[in-house]
Design a protein around this ligand. Structure first.
Ligand code: MYA
Length: 538
């Protein structure tokens, strides 16, 4: 079995206590050191190592995506005096061949040796040459321990019962107060309970893959990680894997090495089901992204975005000019555009499957699964919410031609963020682009056909301009999208601005050649190659 050495927590409690406010008496329980026991859970713990001061580093987390103001980033190239300076500085750096290391977010990484946990895991190392694609290690389920990894006695594992509304609410509370924030702690993701139900209780969901950590004495939920089954295709290889998301450790338990334990425990449970690969995304750089996409943001309610510090006023612009810049028509323009209905699923499934087949990394949906993702219903009566219902999670629209054929479809979902300290606004209401497809993309075999690119670009611009209009009508403040799929064709034209958030895609126990993320090293969108990534992660 595993011969990984025992490792122990390295942080003094005072480091954590000084960073967070106690918001609950129960939480005094949390000021303990957690052991990162890397051994096989069925073996005994090793001897503690000497405690070492762990210096807190400012982490670049996934939530930075939320704050990266569209204007702030685009103002770098809008011709303002400061941007001129920046550009000439960048030119100079480029001449010195240094620009790559400044603009490539993957370069913001520790040395491989400093990844104490990740260097022990079956993931591609930063300097590892890839000769062939495939699993890194092969095991059988009988090699996987039956019992969970040991925690300190004050804590216990729990398989979270997502069918129990009280438990879903506990997960909601944990995430609402402790999940991903931007670098300045201005915004924090607020995944609604219905959203979590949509994201995690998919058809074929595996209850055991939803792992919580509770304080034994108070039963307080202090950490969580989730996995859902996913069928992936990476180029020509099919991978039956897991998608890992919603990893969260209570703020008072940070930097105590609980994360490695949680990852090992969820891995153990997934391995027990005979699954050996996983896909996950993060804003932090870990060994080693298979792809990196950049976040783009399109203002819908610029004054509010400005008020909450999401979008600064660029030099030389007035508020009125910014409002005018982002003004949209009242009504959509695409002929035949309508809300998707359940009986559209056969056509949408065929269209999306054929479109996704063109990308290097894609999910292979089953029809029932796609129905869940696009037509999610919730509540006791299982009815889909009305289009304008503010609690709705996902919206899908189709374009139907005069023969009843669905030629295109697009979708987006609602994900709010708490605005942490703002007198005027409590919530940032963001629409995130979800899956889409256009039959135009299917007209040619190759994605590089230049005539087809022009047609596809025009079509996607129409489709997503309508998506913006619909999202505005639904009272969203901003529309966010990544540089994946064919997005680089239309983002700038539709006034999306590049943010400073990047999303790294990772594969667990699978080595693969890198996949284009849709932007170039100088930060420009890669309109020619676009992205090979076609998996939208929530
Ligand atoms: S991404 C969203 C992650 N969540 C947040 O950002 C929410 C706010 N932050 C927190 O809750 C904590 O800061 C977290 C770290 C929990 C992130 N992915 O416990 P620690 C490594 C993977 O002392 P803490 C999402 O949900 C870090 O490099 N590893 O740290 C996808 C270090 O290892 P190393 C991460 O700050 C999750 C170790 O943890 C991440 O208290 C995919 C330190 O642990 C991260 N986002 O807590 C998980 N952040 O020493 C992987 C830090 O090596 C799944 N670390 O540098 C892998 C596949 C598993 C299944 C396989 C099945 C086959």
């Amino acid at each position: 079995m595993s011969d990984i050495p025992v490792q122990l927590a390295e942080l003094e409690d005072s480091d954590v206590a000084s960073e967070v406010e106690v918001d609950n008496e129960d939480e005094s329980q949390l000021d303990h050191v957690i052991l990162e026991n890397s051994t096989n859970p069925e073996e005994t713990q090793g001897k503690p190592k000497k405690k070492k001061k762990h210096h807190k580093k400012k982490k670049k987390v996934a939530a930075e995506e939320v704050v990266a103001g569209p204007v702030s980033s685009s103002s770098v190239s809008n011709g303002s005096p400061s941007s001129a300076k920046l550009n000439s500085f960048r030119d100079l750096l480029e001449k010195l061949a240094l620009a790559d290391s400044l603009s490539d977010p993957v370069d913001k990484r520790k040395s491989m040796d400093q990844y104490r946990f990740w260097k022990t895991q079956p993931v591609v190392k930063f300097d590892q040459p890839i000769d062939d694609e495939g699993p890194i290690e092969t095991k059988t389920t009988d090699q996987i321990p039956d019992s969970p990894y040991p925690l300190l006695e004050e804590f216990e594992w729990e398989t979270m019962d997502l069918t129990n509304p009280e438990i879903s609410n506990e997960i909601f509370d944990l995430l609402c107060n402790n999940y991903v924030e931007d670098a300045d702690s201005t915004f924090r993701f607020k995944y609604a309970p219905e959203f979590l139900d949509w994201a995690m209780r998919i058809p074929n969901y595996q209850p055991e893959w939803h792992v919580g950590v509770r304080v034994v004495a108070t039963k307080k939920l202090v950490a969580y990680i989730s996995g859902i089954p996913v069928n992936l295709r990476l180029r020509n290889n099919k991978i039956a894997g897991a998608e890992i998301n919603f990893l969260c450790v209570h703020k008072k338990l940070r930097a105590k090495r609980l994360t490695p334990l949680m990852i090992k425990e969820v891995t153990r449970r997934i391995n027990k089901s005979g699954i050996w690969q996983a896909l996950y995304t993060a804003g932090v750089v870990l060994p080693k992204p298979v792809s990196t996409c950049r976040y783009y943001h399109r203002s819908l309610n610029w004054p509010k975005l400005h008020d909450i510090g999401f979008s600064p006023l660029p030099a030389g612009m007035t508020k009125a000019k910014m409002i005018a810049r982002y003004k949209l028509p009242e009504t959509t323009a695409t002929l035949g555009l309508r809300l998707m209905q359940r009986d559209d699923i056969d056509q949408v499934y065929d269209l999306l499957s054929a479109y996704l087949a063109k990308f290097e990394l894609a999910q292979e949906f089953e029809k029932g699964e796609l129905l869940h993702w696009l037509m999610y219903t919730y509540g006791l009566d299982g009815k889909l919410n009305q289009e304008m219902d503010p609690d709705r999670i996902v919206w899908a629209y189709v374009v139907e031609d005069s023969n009843g054929l669905i030629t295109d479809f697009m979708s987006f979902y609602r994900l709010q963020s708490t605005v942490i300290s703002n007198d005027k606004h409590e919530t940032l209401n963001a629409a995130y682009q979800f899956y889409y497809a256009s039959s135009i993309a299917l007209e040619t075999q190759s994605r590089a056909d230049s005539v087809n690119i022009v047609k596809l670009k025009a079509r996607l611009m129409d489709l997503f301009n309508d998506a913006l209009i619909l999202a505005k009508r639904l009272d969203f403040d901003v529309f966010n999208a990544l540089t994946l799929l064919d997005n680089p064709l239309f983002l700038e034209e539709l006034k999306f601005g590049g943010g400073d958030g990047y999303l790294h895609y990772y594969l667990f126990n699978y080595k693969a050649f890198p996949i284009n993320g849709g932007y170039l090293k100088d930060g420009q969108l890669d309109q020619k190659n676009r992205s090979g990534v076609a998996v939208v992660m929530l």
